[in-house]
Write a protein that binds this ligand. Structure first.
Ligand code: A3P
Length: 320
C-alpha cells in the first residue's frame, strides 16, 4: 500500500500517524508510520516520548539495532564488559535476568534510565530507533553508539518467527511469502531495514570514533576480537592481566547462545511480567544459526531480495 492511502490514527501522544495492519498476521500485527519509519504500538508511544523529552548524558553509550539482528547478544556482551569489575561469570545478573532487563530500552524503560542517570554510573541504554529519529540530545551530547546489523535474509526469517510467537499466530496461518513481501516493501517493525542500516552506516563513516558498526556474522566468526573492540570503544580495554586470567573468554562463554538460552530465567521467565505485554524470554532465543533462511526462501525470493539490496545499497560500501 501507498503511505498516503493508509488510514490515519490520532495517537495518545497527539501525533497523527498512518497505520497498517499486516495482511500476513491475520490482523494481529498493527504497524504505525511516524516520519517514514514503522513501529509497533508497544514501542511507538515511548519512541515519541523519548524524542520529545529525553535528555542524554555525554557518558551514555547506546546499543542500537534493528529488531532481530543480535540485540540480545550484544546487550549481554556489552553488559558483561562494562560490569566486569563488579561481577564475574558466577555472579553476573545475566545468570538470573534476561539481557533486555540488564540494559534498558529507551522506548520502554525511560524511568529506569533516568534513575541510572541519577544514581549510578551505568552507561548502557538500548534502542531500535533509526539514527535519524534518535532524540536530539544523544547526538548533541556526542554519545557513543554501538550498532549491530545482520544478513537481511536471516533477519526476515528471525523477524517472522519471532512475531508469530509474540502474537501467538500458528505459522500455518501466517504465510511466510506475505511477510516477506511486506518486509521487501519496507513495511516491518523498524523498517525499511536498509534505511535503518544506512542511517547508522553513514553516521559511523562520519564519526568513526563515536559510532562502532558491527555485524552479527563477523561477531560470531571472531567473537574475541569484537569483544576486545567493544571494551576499547567503551574506553576500558582489557588489561594483559585480564587477558591472561581468561576474562574475555569467560565473558564470551557467559553470553553464548548455548549458555544464555539454557538458563532457567531464559527458558521459563518473562520480560516485564507486570505489564499488559509481557514477553516470554525464550522468544529472544531461537536458533542463532547463520543461513536458516535457506529453509524458507524460494529461488524467486532469493532473486527478489538480492536485486532489492543491490538497488538500495550499491555504492555504499556495505555488504549484507
Ligand atoms: P534467530 O531467530 O535466527 O535464531 P534480537 O536479539 O535482535 O532480537 O535477535 C534475535 C536473534 O539473535 C535470534 O536469531 C536469536 O536466536 C539470536 N540470539 C539470541 N541470543 C544470542 C546469543 N547469545 N548469541 C548469538 N545469537 C543470539
Amino acid at each position: 500500500p501507498k503511505l498516503e492511502e493508509l488510514p490515519l490514527a490520532m495517537e495518545k501522544t497527539f501525533q497523527i500517524v498512518a497505520q497498517h495492519t499486516c495482511s500476513w498476521s491475520k490482523g494481529m500485527l498493527m504497524l504505525y508510520n511516524y516520519q517514514g519509519f514503522w513501529n509497533i504500538e508497544d514501542f511507538h508511544d515511548g519512541a515519541i516520548l523519548a524524542q520529545q523529552s529525553f535528555k542524554a548524558q555525554p557518558s551514555d553509550v547506546y546499543i542500537c539495532s534493528h529488531p532481530k539482528t543480535g540485540t540480545t547478544w550484544l546487550k549481554a556482551l556489552a553488559f558483561a564488559v562494562v560490569t566486569r569489575e563488579k561481577f564475574n561469570e558466577s555472579t553476573s545478573p545475566l545468570l538470573t535476568t534476561v539481557p533486555h532487563e540488564c540494559v534498558p530500552y529507551l522506548e520502554k524503560d525511560l524511568e529506569q534510565i533516568e534513575e541510572n542517570h541519577k544514581n549510578s554510573s551505568f552507561p548502557l541504554v538500548s534502542t531500535h530507533l533509526p539514527y535519524a529519529y534518535l532524540p536530539k540530545s544523544i547526538i548533541a551530547s556526542n554519545c557513543k553508539i554501538v550498532y549491530i546489523h545482520r544478513n537481511i535474509k536471516d533477519v526476515i526469517v528471525s523477524y517472522y518467527c519471532c512475531l508469530c510467537k509474540l502474537l501467538n499466530i500458528p505459522v500455518e496461518d501466517a504465510p511466510f511469502e506475505m511477510a516477506f513481501d511486506e518486509f521487501c516493501q519496507g513495511i516491518s517493525w523498524c523498517g525499511p531495514y536498509w534505511d535503518h542500516i544506512l542511517g547508522y552506516w553513514k553516521a559511523s563513516r562520519e564519526r568513526p570514533d563515536r559510532i562502532l558498526f558491527l555485524k552479527y556474522e563477523d561477531m560470531k566468526r571472531d567473537t574475541t576480537s569484537n569483544v576486545k573492540r567493544l571494551a576499547e570503544f567503551f574506553g576500558h580495554p582489557f588489561s594483559i592481566e585480564e587477558e591472561q586470567a581468561g576474562v574475555i573468554q569467560n565473558i564470551i562463554k557467559l553470553c553464548s547462545f548455548e549458555n544464555l538460552s539454557n538458563l532457567e530465567v531464559n527458558k521459563s521467565g518473562k520480560h516485564r511480567p507486570e505489564t499488559c505485554t509481557p514477553v516470554e524470554n525464550r522468544i529472544y532465543f531461537r536458533k542463532a544459526k547463520d543461513g536458516d533462511w535457506k529453509n524458507y526462501f524460494t529461488d524467486e525470493m532469493i532473486e527478489k531480495i538480492d536485486k532489492l539490496i543491490d538497488e538500495k545499497l550499491s555504492g555504499t560500501g556495505l555488504d549484507l
